[in-house]
Design a protein around this ligand. Structure first.
Ligand SMILES: [Zn+2]
Length: 433
């Protein structure tokens, strides 16, 4: 496809007007003039009144939890978990997880997400929806260990991780990757953390964890682990030898930031979820200053309630100004980097995340000729502070158009909605008896 006369963001987020050509799965041309072989690029896309940006990444989600959107609001965390979330989750099956995953993917594509990182169960259902849809994803299978004795070999995860890595890792032209999971410091034990970290190195895959989401979790870890914070505890067990994406990190401390920067741990910041569950504000300005790779995530929609990454971007770019009293922290460029290139890096996708020749053709086109995005003094500022998710008119992954003008060529969205509604209805009926 040849995007013509379109405003686009270069790799340093300056705005140029010109031509962006994709060939196969790659960006093959960028320039102010049309390429000499313009007709070789296939469809010519009229870019007037549009802005082309790199695809965005949602680096922390639990997509089958789409079944729980809006189920249980304004509740204290323990009530919410034990009265609402856990009983409902027990009723989710592969068959019910599949349409919910497809629906979540449709939602993400609609709002410009080209890749997501997901921690949940029902790997086959999620992998199927990822492969069919054309989106990129790093999926991990949840592991729950509630006692100090259990070893990794005694969990079902040792064997299933091996199986899932063999079956799915690198599938769909590398779009699908398998990560290994530790849920958190408090739902694991030291030998399991150590063994999973070693297994990830052995298998050549990454890890995905929750770290220091709540004040209580952070304080209890220090009490239990001889004063070590969750980051220090994981590090003491060599867990960060494999690349890791750590969700939340709200209560992390200066020494933690140095460790994460040193080990290349990505922080998946989830500002909406942290605000909604009253968990606090992740120290993003400090982590950025310490050189930590900070990316953006929505978390599951039970605690958000949306996979709309542009809403998350807006909140992320505003929040720390308010919480620190310093309006210069987290610039629009830093916020967009978190949503794009930092997310690609967190997934280990070095040929993704920015607009440059040779990079994967993961692109998003937004309508800018609209009342709420004019005039344009600075396209980046408008994108971060004025754009709406619904301004996205096209999302392309590896050169394939997966969303365009209200259509999803790879997902039957009506069917996904109907099946998700049916699955939710069935679960509620089962819970009522
Ligand atoms: Zn989470």
């Amino acid at each position: 496809m040849l995007f013509s006369n379109i405003d686009y963001l270069t790799s340093n987020f300056s705005v140029e007007r010109g031509f962006v050509g994709t060939r196969g799965a790659q960006i093959a041309y960028l320039g102010s003039e049309a390429p000499a072989d313009a007709e070789e690029y296939g469809e010519r896309y009229d870019g007037a009144g549009k802005l082309l940006i790199p695809g965005m990444y949602n680096t922390h989600a639990h997509v089958p939890m789409t079944l729980l959107r809006g189920y249980g609001e304004n509740m204290a965390l323990q009530d919410w978990l034990f009265k609402r979330i856990f009983p409902f989750e027990e009723k989710i099956t592969e068959e019910r997880a599949y349409p919910a995953t497809s629906l979540a993917i449709a939602e993400m594509l609609r709002f410009g997400v080209v890749g997501f990182t997901d921690m949940y169960y029902f790997m086959d259902a999620r992998a199927r929806a990822v492969i069919e849809s054309g989106i990129k994803a790093n999926l991990c299978q949840g592991i729950m260990v509630f006692d100090a004795q259990t070893t990794y070999e005694q969990t079902p995860n040792k064997a299933s991780n091996e199986h899932f890595v063999r079956q799915y890792h690198g599938q769909a032209d590398g779009r699908l990757k398998i990560d290994l999971n530790i849920h958190s410091e408090y739902i694991s034990n030291p030998q399991v953390v150590q063994a999973v970290g070693e297994h990830a190195v052995q298998l050549g895959v990454q890890t995905h964890v929750h770290i220091s989401e709540t004040k209580l979790e952070h304080a209890e870890c220090k009490q239990r682990r001889g004063g070590l914070t969750p980051v220090q505890y994981f590090d003491s067990l060599d867990f960060f030898r494999a690349p890791c994406t750590a969700a939340h990190c709200v209560w992390t401390e200066p020494e933690d930031w140095a460790i994460m920067a040193e080990r290349g741990v990505t922080v998946a910041a989830n500002p909406a979820s942290n605000a909604k569950l009253a968990s606090g504000f992740a120290p993003v300005p400090e982590m950025l200053a310490a050189g930590v790779n900070v990316a953006l995530g929505t978390d599951g929609v039970a605690s958000n309630n949306s996979h709309n990454i542009l809403k998350e971007l807006y909140l992320f770019a505003l929040l720390y100004k308010g919480s620190t009293g310093d309006p210069t922290v987290v610039t629009p460029a830093e916020a967009l980097a978190a949503a794009t290139i930092n997310g690609a890096r967190s997934q280990g996708r070095l040929d993704c995340g920015c607009l440059a020749v040779g990079q994967r053709a993961d692109l998003v086109v937004l309508e800018t000729n609209v009342a709420w995005a004019q005039p344009v003094h600075n396209a980046l500022n408008n994108l971060v502070f004025s754009a709406q998710g619904s301004d996205v008119v096209l999302t392309m992954v590896d050169g394939a158009v997966l969303y365009r003008d209200g259509q999803w060529p790879t997902i039957d969205v009506e069917k996904a909605i109907a099946e998700t509604q049916a699955a939710t209805g069935d679960i509620l009926a089962e819970l009522a008896v």
